[in-house]
Design a protein around this ligand. Sequence first.
Ligand SMILES: Cc1cc2nc3c(=O)[nH]c(=O)nc-3n(C[C@H](O)[C@H](O)[C@H](O)COP(=O)(O)OP(=O)(O)OC[C@H]3O[C@@H](n4cnc5c(N)ncnc54)[C@H](O)[C@@H]3O)c2cc1C
Length: 457
Amino acid sequence: MVCDVLIVGGGPAGASLAILLAQQNWRVVLVDHGRGRCSGPYETLLAPGRTMLSRTGLSAAIEACSEVDPLRHGAIWGTSAVAWRSEGEPGLLLRRGAFDRRLCEQARRVGVDVRMATMVTCVGDEWQLATTTGGERLRPNHVVLATGRTTRAVGEASAVAAAPRSLAFTFTGTPHRDDRGTALVEAVGSGWIWTHAPHDGVASAAVIVHADELRAVGRERLLARALAESGGAAGRLGDRQLANVSDATPRLRPALPGVLRIGDAAATIDPLASQGVEKALAAADHAAAVLTAARAQPDWWLRLCEVHARWERGLFDAHSDVAAAWYRREQRFAEHAFWRARLLPVVERTPPSFSQSFVVSPQLLRAQVLVREGHTFVERSGFSDQVTGEQATHCGYVPIEPLLAQFATARSLAAAVAGAGQDARLFVLPPRAVLAAMLQLVQRGWLRAATNAAGVP
Ligand SMILES: Cc1cc2nc3c(=O)[nH]c(=O)nc-3n(C[C@H](O)[C@H](O)[C@H](O)COP(=O)(O)OP(=O)(O)OC[C@H]3O[C@@H](n4cnc5c(N)ncnc54)[C@H](O)[C@@H]3O)c2cc1C
């Protein structure tokens, strides 16, 4: 059997990519083994992400499977008092099981060949699909892995970057009447707990703990301890039942040559962010543009896979920085195993002075780079970092080429900003934006401190 794209994994990332591609007349096979489990009855979609979500074309599915979050949100973090969030635009509460099923149904309606309860194995350049009733061989032009946060995905090597291992235990139960209508994130000595207590029905509490401590202390004792430490809604949850256990470790997976990994299969972020679904849908949109470009320019395929892997890495790094800042805000439990492993020292970076001189790093070469333009990628002249593989034409909206031209010979930042004011490609831009772009290039290592003949900066 021949198809254009085989997508392994029918969660938000895989199913929404399948829909986007089928709408452009790709022949898509979407396979799910059906063993994926949702983290809990609801997942949160944050208010700032709602604009992006409305651009995915999946608004109807999102609306049908979610409700405007009616809960009052608060945090017990860094202090034992609850800090209630001031009212802003509400987010959404997404019913994940229903949402995933609806996406797969929508995929089927737009012509995707959806195979549920199907196992996939890769043998050479063939992919074997197996169900309880038989098997089939597939030779797809492209393969996309959207297998989520499973610890070992198809063709898996070890993770490139992984935070300390976390496990999430989700309990359901009856909330105390005073807790109804609230959602609370609470730091406790053994980890942190995220409790949703709706106005009616059962509440859920996801308890996130350190996997090493779980082994040392034992599961029952550690969970009982975490819940006893809670001064919030989780500690008051009656008739508690363990509903789900999932791996909650932030992890960046290695790029596989010629295979696209998207969503959690590429990079799993800390659940503190509440943005995993948003990231999965954004990844599907990015991957659709990658595949559209590959259809027009098949020889770009390997480069496009690298572009997507760098995009996933960029998001993972940004989320890791935000999560690290959150963990640093909680110092009460610095001696506890969970927090010791996550309280990372701050790397102090002194910003360079205006009088300091810089030159262009020799690791930077001119290159034709692929950049996103609308629903596809185009080739533009830009720069490529020989060490990190990073490529760019712009820093934000500031073009890099005229910026680097300022540092062809050693020049101070102050002189370079003044020089940029004389360059027709830069003088229309605010000097502050030009300086910020130069500082970004310093941070990336693309501008290096100039040294004298003795090697002294
Ligand atoms: C405790 C916890 C709480 C969270 N809360 C939130 C939240 O509030 N808001 C939010 O936005 N995100 C949240 N997340 C993150 C969110 O669940 C994920 O980021 C999101 O599900 C990623 O979507 P995905 O499509 O990449 O992967 P998944 O949703 O994991 O989908 C992967 C699919 O692939 C299938 N699969 C896996 N392996 C194979 C295989 N070998 N063959 C065939 N099929 C396979 C699985 O059955 C599954 O259907 C939370 C995560 C955790 C752990």
